[in-house]
Unconditional design. Structure first.
Length: 318
């Protein structure tokens, strides 16, 4: 019986789909893929390419020879795969940088919004408390002073010492309030509160005389209250019957100007700490705050001078 000649093993079948895909991708007529891809398309294309490369590597190893029949195509796929990997790295780096820049811009906008919101709150509080202060000054001028003048329990000289400067301070405060209202009505980025105060700072020097003499004036008022029962009765009647004075006595109102002048620099520094240096009103706020500090220093110096004069006068022989 003749032996059937052995057949040599047939070469492995190649994946014609993968080969056709390889050929079509590297055909001169195939369009460029990467420029038109979005991120999802890009990731799918990379996976597809890597799968094709693995298929061709498998075909080459199964062929049993050093030279694969598809070596040129495989090399082309290797080059394309490396290009895709480089593109992926660049894409990730670019995406990270874009996201980082967008996040930084969002944080900057958030900080800007928070500063702006805080400034609006401070300006609103400044306007509201300024309106309350005006009402207190009007109580001094139109209620307490008027009542004392009509009752004739104090002389004109005594009234002048107690109330001297209040009418001028009232007029100045009303002017400041009108300026603040105009600034408040503007768009937040255009508000120039510092400039409004800077224009009024020279007139704040009228506080120096009033506040510097206040201790002595209050001492004189206390002395008059002790010596005059009519004065005590009249002041108690006003305090208890006039709802507008909120049951405060006269001395509680006379201290208001000193309390207010010390708060102006605090408001301004609060605004400065929440204003960008590039803002057109930044320097105005700084200058206004510095000028107000000088006014407060002059008030303190005047008060010390008055106390010194009072001590000297007490030491002098009668």
């Amino acid at each position: 019986m003749s032996e059937t000649p052995s057949r040599s093993p047939s070469p492995p079948m190649c994946d014609t789909t993968a080969v056709n895909h390889l050929s079509s991708l590297h055909s001169d007529e195939s369009p460029a893929l990467l420029p038109s891809m979005n991120r999802g398309q890009f990731e799918l294309e990379v996976k597809r390419l890597m799968t094709a490369v693995l298929e061709f590597s498998s075909i080459s190893s199964n062929n049993g020879s050093d030279q694969s029949p598809f070596s040129d195509e495989t090399k082309a796929f290797d080059d394309t795969s490396k290009q895709c990997e480089r593109f992926a790295d660049d894409f990730r780096s670019l995406t990270f940088q874009v996201c980082h820049d967008l996040l930084q811009r969002a944080k900057d906008k958030q900080r800007q919004f928070e500063r702006l919101s805080y400034r609006l709150k401070v300006v609103n509080e400044l306007c509201c408390t300024e309106a309350d202060y005006i009402e207190d000054l009007r109580m001094i001028e139109h209620v307490w002073r008027r009542e004392l003048l009509d009752s004739h329990v104090l002389t004109k000289e005594e009234l002048q010492r107690i109330f001297g400067g209040i009418s001028q301070i009232l007029a100045l405060t009303e002017a400041i309030y009108e300026s603040l209202k105009k600034e408040k009505a503007k768009p937040p980025a255009e508000q120039m509160v510092g400039e409004a105060f800077k224009r009024k700072v020279p007139f704040l020097k009228m506080y120096i005389e009033y506040c510097g003499n206040q201790d002595e004036n209050i001492k004189q008022l206390n002395s008059l209250l002790k010596s005059s029962s009519k004065l005590r009765e009249m002041m108690e009647r006003v305090r208890s019957t006039n709802a507008a004075v909120r049951k405060l006595d006269l001395m509680g109102f006379l201290i208001k100007p000193l309390q207010r002048i010390t708060k102006y620099p605090l408001f301004l520094r609060d605004l400065i700490s929440h204003t960008e240096e590039s803002h057109p009103d930044f320097k105005n706020k700084q200058l206004a705050a510095l000028e107000m500090d000088r006014v407060l220093k002059d008030i303190n110096n005047r008060a010390k001078e008055r106390k010194t004069l009072a001590v000297v006068s007490q030491l002098q022989p009668m």
